[in-house]
Write a new protein. Structure first.
Length: 109
């Protein structure tokens, strides 16, 4: 039997598409990267704008039984603001941050 706890930094590059679902419609937006955008870019329904990199912390805890069965919990917490500054916005205080959680059950041979 063993128990482990691990914590450390993470650095990641963001890619992909964003899917939005509302009551009567849904659509996908391509992701573009910028640290600062105009109000017209912010209003563009075909694209979502984010900063290109994120940094944060990982926390991991696991327990393994003598027979090889293991259980793991993990969490990732982004520390950086992911949404870009909007040039014409007066009160731009929104801060999108990444967060993730995971549970694993497995067997080591």
């Amino acid at each position: 039997m063993s128990f482990s706890v691990v914590a450390g930094p993470n650095f990641q590059n963001i890619t992909g598409k964003q899917s939005l679902d509302y009551e009567n419609f849904s659509y996908e937006q391509k992701i573009k990267f910028s640290n600062r955008i105009t109000w017209d870019e912010y209003s563009d329904m075909d694209h979502a704008y984010y900063r290109p990199f994120d940094a944060g912390a990982n926390i991991f805890a696991g327990y393994e039984l003598e027979m090889g069965l293991f259980f793991q919990l993990n969490a990732q917490m982004g520390m950086l603001k992911m949404n870009p500054e909007i040039e014409e916005a007066e009160d731009d205080e929104a801060a999108y941050k990444n967060t993730g959680f995971g549970i694993s059950i497995g067997y080591n041979f």
